[in-house]
Ligand binder design. Sequence first.
Ligand code: BGC
Length: 726
Amino acid sequence: MFESASWITSPVDCGRACPLFEAAYKFPQKVQKASLSVSAVGLYISHVNGVRYSFGLFNPGWTNYADRIQYQTYDVTASLQDSAEISILGAGGWATANLLLEGEHFFSDRICVIAELRVTYCDGTEEIFSTDESWQVFRSPVLYSHIYNGETIDHTAEKTFLGNAVRHEIFSRLVPQEGVRIREQDRLPAKQFMISPEGDRIIDFGQNLSGYVEIKVNAPKGSRIRIRHAEVLDQNGNFYTKNLRTAKQAMEYVLGSNGEQILKPYFTTQGFRYIAVDEFPGKVDPACFTSVAVYADMKRTGYFSCGNETINRLYNCILWTHRSNFMEVPTDCPQRDERLGWLGDAQLFCKAAAYSYDVYAFYRKWLHDVASQQLPSGAIRSICPFNNAYDFRFSAAWSDTVTIVPWELYRIYGDKTILEDMFTCMCRWVDYMHSAGSEEFLWLGGNHYGDWLALDGPDPREPLTNKDFIGSAFFAYSARKVVECGRELGRDVSEYEQLAANVRKAFRSRYIVNGLPATDTMTGCILLLQFGLAEEQEKEKIVSHLLELMAKFDNTLCTGLLGTAYILHVLSENGYAKKAYDLLLQKKYPSWLGMLDYGATTIWERFDTIDENGIKDVRNASLNHYVYGTILDWLVEGAVGLRSSFSHPGYRKISWKPLPDARLGHAEFRFETPNGIIECRWQITDTDVQYRICLPNAVTAEVHLPDGQSTVITGGDHTFTSRLPD
Ligand code: BGC
């Protein structure tokens, strides 16, 4: 592919405007078949003889551009006769934007495209037409395009010739499409129209999401429309945008013709529930506006539900937050000037994500990018893709993505290639931790995010749980993952077995004091239990201490990213299922359900982001952050009780350990696994608990009911009954 094509760019600096690249070819004889391959530094939309060719939206996608850029190949035979007019609209997208709060952090200072048209004539001969200096460049109606800020599209703008294209060197590899394409997925009508106290005309779509607004309008040529997007109104009902930080999230249109027309952005999405209509021809009719959710085309595979409507609402928030942040890469949030592939968030959420959608291909492509960013030292950066110089931390839990996510994906999907793909990378990461610490088997002195945004100390950005403790705990955990993955691949992992044992030993002698974590926090206790760092006989004391610490915070949720991901698992695994439910169902602030009382339709970055005084901490006040949606993995593995093990991956053999609780009434999960559909359900009646599990023929389940019954079953529909839980 791209045998003779050159990367081309505009002869004049287009800034943030979108250049249009065009070429026309005449064919000497009849065409039998033709294909067009296209890519861009930035984004593109291609047309051949007026027919649009794209795989979904935002082609060619988002990868670690410094290493590889995807291209797409379209069969364009149906659009060709004796000639082809090719046009490619380019945009900066993720390649030219400053991706992060401050400074100049972009991959390229210009938009480039590359294309190759391969034509096979009826006599069997082939001809290739490629991008070169003969292509012409024009100004397009897209006068401004930016992923955070939105677009200005003037459909009356003249198509001005800017000159012939110039060649530009891009050294990255061109690779075929690997990622999951992004598409328009759900369409939501306006729910409410209101005038705010400050006089803004506001439309509420009722659901926070990532996407854009499609406008259907009937108005004269030259009419102007301007809308801004926000996630929330302030406590007085005014349009609130401070939590977007510098992201403008504004769309401006000038209508290009008279009569009815449909308007939407080309290369940008916004995170929003509300829009403010700043300019509109005539009276604002809410029926003209449709909110369109845009996200990766993943297959829905998991369905949870229970008898508690508030928990079902929370589940719905998790689903929407997941959808909002699976855009080419797993992003932290879809609205502010960030929207980045933070590894920690993506690692913690990967199980929950897999319990809703088939995310295997999505994560696999992203992990390839993560691995491609590994430094010669083995260090893994905390964000991927990552444009350049802003040198991020190699943080425990974030960088451990490379060991944990492949392990979990293998456990859930049972496909060994993910382990093959990532094994070298994970070994190198563990070697890095081994060499980075100031003591041989402990990772001391790292620069970690720690239990980020925990509310048990004075500053959520400086959480209390000791960072060296966290660094070494993850070192121990990752070393073990390397051993398990290596064994599964049939590799000799004796060195890593030794290393994992040494790290665990060093960790225990330094960080377990009188049977408790040396860092006296909830997350300290949680990590000891979750990562197998405590011995069996130590567990009861640690979990009792965890309960004491929780009581100090009124049994509300004051753990940060790390503690929150594991807290319910640790409680229910260690005999405190009721306490896990208490915390899940806690309404007092901060808590999962507390967010719902303040109107959340997606999961927030902090449990206490909004209270009666409005939004606090505008720096970390995203209202669409999936990481606290990790609770879904406990609903599935804990409450419903369905698990697949690493030793029998892909749900060939499962364990079913339901945890019925009267406050949920019933709970069920239907899951499309690689080995068929599994359905399990429990229901509390007046007299007993009824259990039902439906298994595909080849699947074996070890069943453990709370009253002590246990059995092994295979295939088919099975029911059990037990006495009511205490
Ligand atoms: C992101 C987080 C991320 C963190 C690193 C934040 O700005 O939104 O979710 O993991 O930075 O600590």
